[in-house]
Design a protein around this ligand. Sequence first.
Ligand SMILES: Nc1ncnc2c1ncn2[C@@H]1O[C@H](COP(=O)(O)OP(=O)(O)OP(=O)(O)O)[C@@H](O)[C@H]1O
Ligand SMILES: [Mg+2]
Length: 362
Amino acid sequence: MAASLKDQLDEFLSKLNPGSIFGIDIGAHSIKVCEVSGTPGKFKVEKFGSFVLSEAAIIEDEIQKPSEIVAGLLEAMVRAGIKSKVACIGLYGPNTMTKRLNVPEGTKEEIEDHIMWESEQYITFGADESQISFDIIGDNEGGGKDAIVAAARSDIVDSFSNILADAKIQVKVVDLNVLAISNIFEEVYKDEIDEYSEGTLIIDFGAQSTKIIVFKRGGPIFTKELPIGGSLITEEIQRQMGVSYEEAEDLKTTSDENGNLPQEVLNIINTQIDQQVAEVRKNINFYVTQGSAEKVGHCFITGGNSLLPGLIEKLSTLTGLEVKRLDVFSSIKVDEKKAENGLEQLSAVAAVSIGLAMRKVD
Ligand SMILES: Nc1ncnc2c1ncn2[C@@H]1O[C@H](COP(=O)(O)OP(=O)(O)OP(=O)(O)O)[C@@H](O)[C@H]1O
Ligand SMILES: [Mg+2]
């Protein structure tokens, strides 16, 4: 009885919090916003909205059409019914990075000094022009602590913060999308996390980039973004079939009543998947080769481009791993009415924004 009363109270309080943080994922294809209630183990997606951007609104991590992004962000919030003005935003791109570090025991200041000093060697885009933060994720088996360092070049943080300022939203947390994916993976699969900690690959197939995360020993040990994704496939359909960007997107994502795509479109998709999966394979060689010391045993995929027909099978053949969808809603609750295009689509597209929305301010 006591537990259920506490549960009810927790739920009530989490809904009351007027300044609750919502997550913003400004993806290259669409902006997603999300608000969750609850606490770890009991999260529920209360609000979700998205806005599809026009072609080339963002290229890599450069915002080409700022006014469209601001308007799109506000529209996504209206669609979601989000009133909060404090957000956690996720960054990505070549001017962001993560690094797993083993740091010696020490006071908080000593650990921080050590991390800042060591990070300088890894931040290829310049430690002095970057914002750096870190999380201690636990004790290292060989002594000391395990830390995840996250860095983003300051001008990237500024360009995204300026968009939010224009939309009158206060940035409470700046996160990286790859860490949001790692966090949501941990939350969704917390009951099996010991098994997955032995080595799991998580891949976010987006529009302009494909993010690879190797999850091991309680957190990410490797993250990488490849500049490939669904936009390349759309462009190829556009080119080969002589249609507009919007028409090509429609051709790629709209199947007939039997769930099939036109053969001509499928042929283009198949060739493109082969190339993209081969590129992924090349970058994870170390983690999927038989006998490798760091071999992983599982693979989860997410992101809109992961919904392509045939991708799971091809990825599975090339990696030798069983490939599954990162099924956010196997553990996090949602009202099915929010999933216009089904829960599988929502799970793939919304995962990052839900991971960002789960962040609470310390
Ligand atoms: N059902 C579907 N089948 C195939 N492709 C799809 C489907 N739904 C969305 N996509 C594609 O997925 C991509 C969008 O995915 P997602 O929303 O994960 O990208 P994003 O987060 O906006 O981009 P990025 O992560 O690269 O910044 C687009 O290329 C879109 O065409
Ligand atoms: Mg994305």
